[in-house]
Design a binder for this molecule. Structure first.
Ligand code: PRP
Ligand code: ZN
Length: 286
């Protein structure tokens, strides 16, 4: 299929696999044969460009790529003028200040006059300014956590996800500077046919992301509890209710948000619900 829209994704790293999994869940078929950095999708007019994540904001701003999936940390750091289309909710991590485990910590004021190593100098400078701290920033492209041990800095400001990199380098997190997750961005001047394609893509993305946070729920309940159960399980429009063969009993089908799930189940129990079945969803299209 002739590609009309170019999407930049991270070549390898924290966003890479989840970005490709999202596209595949959206029904987009492509094969990434060894090391190919430009891949046309088979069944959607989309071309994938595999780039270093740090390069994605500027590439989308320049229109080299029309869309990109990239961490919010890199968007804030680059300040590239792009359209923030949608938070994708995965690859959550945080940019943190960290010091050596043995170093005491009273608060951000401790950094007054100190050296901080980071690969995110723009975000850090802004943060220090807001907190009235005058510290000196040393820019380092990677392996930031090693800086204090090398005598290159007194503290670091780096991305933390599981925290294992900090731990294995004898450091501890003392302050969160910026919370990040994967973001879908677009060039500011998409052609109208490209905007139409982006809308089609977004419909699929929304359906996939919603399905990841919702469950399908089926249960039997006494008819006397039906009104309360319907209030508890509003569903997409309203729950489906059917009659059981047993007089006075109904079966209810609906969707429920995963976050509220166990509370809802407790309430359903109190309302006399029985035989509660919960199923994962694949897509949720509104
Ligand atoms: C970040 C960061 C740490 C690591 C932290 O690098 O610089 O090294 O991840 O993750 P953890 O808390 O799970 O151990 P990233 O993977 O983003 O690589 P990059 O900076 O080279 O893009
Ligand atoms: Zn990177």
């Amino acid at each position: 299929m002739k590609p009309n829209l170019k999407l930049a994704v991270q070549c390898k790293g924290r966003l890479s696999e989840a970005s490709l999994a999202l596209l595949r869940d959206c029904g987009i078929v492509f094969s990434r044969s060894n090391g190919k950095l430009k891949v046309d999708c088979d069944n959607f007019p989309l071309q994938l460009l595999f780039l270093r994540d740090d390069d994605i904001p500027a590439m989308v701003a320049a229109g080299v790529a029309d869309l990109g999936i990239v961490g919010r940390n890199l968007l804030a750091e680059s300040r590239a003028p792009v359209h923030m289309v949608r938070d994708l909710g995965f690859a959550r991590c945080r940019l943190c200040l960290a010091v050596e485990k043995t170093q005491p910590w009273q608060g951000i004021g401790d950094l007054q006059g100190k050296w901080i190593a980071t690969s995110h100098p723009v975000i850090l400078r802004d943060f220090l300014k807001r907190h009235g701290v005058r510290a000196r920033i040393r820019r380092i492209a990677g392996s930031v956590e090693i800086a204090p041990a090398m005598g290159f800095a007194d503290a670091v400001c780096d991305l933390v996800s599981s925290g294992s990199t900090l731990l294995s380098n004898g450091m501890r997190e003392v302050e969160t500077v910026f919370a990040s997750s994967a973001q879908l961005v677009a060039n500011l001047k998409l052609a109208s046919d490209q905007s139409v394609l982006l809308e089609r893509l977004l419909l699929r993305i929304r359906a996939v992301l919603r399905s990841r946070t919702h469950k399908y729920i089926l249960l039997n309940a006494p008819e006397t509890s039906l009104a309360s159960i319907c209030r508890l399980l509003p569903g997409m429009k309203s729950p489906t209710v059917s009659r059981l063969n047993e007089p006075g009993w109904v079966s209810v089908q609906s969707v429920v948000n995963e976050e509220a799930f166990w509370e809802v189940v407790d309430r359903l129990h109190e309302l006399g619900a029985e035989g509660i079945l919960v199923l994962g969803l694949e897509k949720m299209v509104f």
